[in-house]
Design a binder for this molecule. Structure first.
Ligand SMILES: CC(C)(COP(=O)(O)OP(=O)(O)OC[C@H]1O[C@@H](n2cnc3c(N)ncnc32)[C@H](O)[C@@H]1OP(=O)(O)O)[C@@H](O)C(=O)NCCC(=O)NCCS
Length: 185
């Protein structure tokens, strides 16, 4: 055995941190597949994901590791609420969960110039989605902002009984001093 081998750290290396970037049209099919493979998420048409990856690229983000898409957030700024970032779907592959990736994805979008005027984050969550409640609770904590919830799309009134009630979550308004928004990006 050489001296170099003796000094080598033989502990298994942890996988590299996924890189976060804005999507491109070419990512649409892989994003569609990630969403389709994720239990608990509504399926989208691939066309919907292609629009998100093109027209809405400035407010969507994907995470990739080794060429594979392992995380995704889609969102937009509602035309009538230009200070709000609305998160449509957030999704992390099972093997990449529990490492802060969903939080990093949302904060990466908030740190972009497109979101410079954003003071409120919204999303909708079903009552039983504990991971999602925890995620948005953690984001509110990081932004040092209040989080309120209220029924929004109701099972009987809006989903014709075919989907659980979605609760609107509102975080903010939060201060735009940049620190909290940038810290996990
Ligand atoms: C929800 C989801 C995106 C979270 O992804 P993730 O990368 O594991 O989340 P993070 O590691 O960024 O966790 C953010 C916070 O939520 C907490 N959290 C995440 N998953 C949790 C769980 N299952 N139970 C309890 N807390 C959880 C984390 O502890 C962390 O809190 P902290 O910052 O105070 O430590 C992922 O579980 C997922 O893809 N679920 C299926 C799709 C879905 O339901 N999406 C949301 C509706 S669109």
């Amino acid at each position: 055995m050489t001296l170099a081998a003796l000094g080598r750290d033989t502990r298994p290396e942890s996988p590299p941190l996924p890189a976060i970037r804005a999507p491109r049209r070419e990512d649409g099919a892989a994003v569609w597949q990630l969403v389709a493979d994720t239990a608990g998420l509504d399926d989208n048409s691939m066309y919907c994901n292609l629009l998100q990856c093109s027209h809405f690229a400035a407010t969507c983000a994907l995470a990739e590791r080794g060429g594979a898409v392992v995380g995704w957030v889609s969102g937009y700024i509602p035309p009538e609420h230009p200070r709000t970032y609305f998160v449509w779907q957030v999704c992390v592959a099972a093997e990449a969960r529990g490492q802060g990736l969903a939080k990093r994805l949302i904060q990466a979008v908030l740190a972009r110039p497109a979101c410079a005027g954003i003071e409120t984050v919204q999303s909708t969550i079903t009552r039983d989605n504990a991971a999602s409640w925890a995620l948005f609770g953690a984001i509110a904590e990081t932004l040092d902002a209040e989080m309120i919830r209220a029924p929004h799309f109701r099972r009987a009134d809006h989903f014709a009984g075919r989907h659980e009630t979605e609760f609107l979550v509102t975080i903010g308004p939060f201060a735009r001093d940049g620190r909290a928004v940038r810290s996990a990006a």
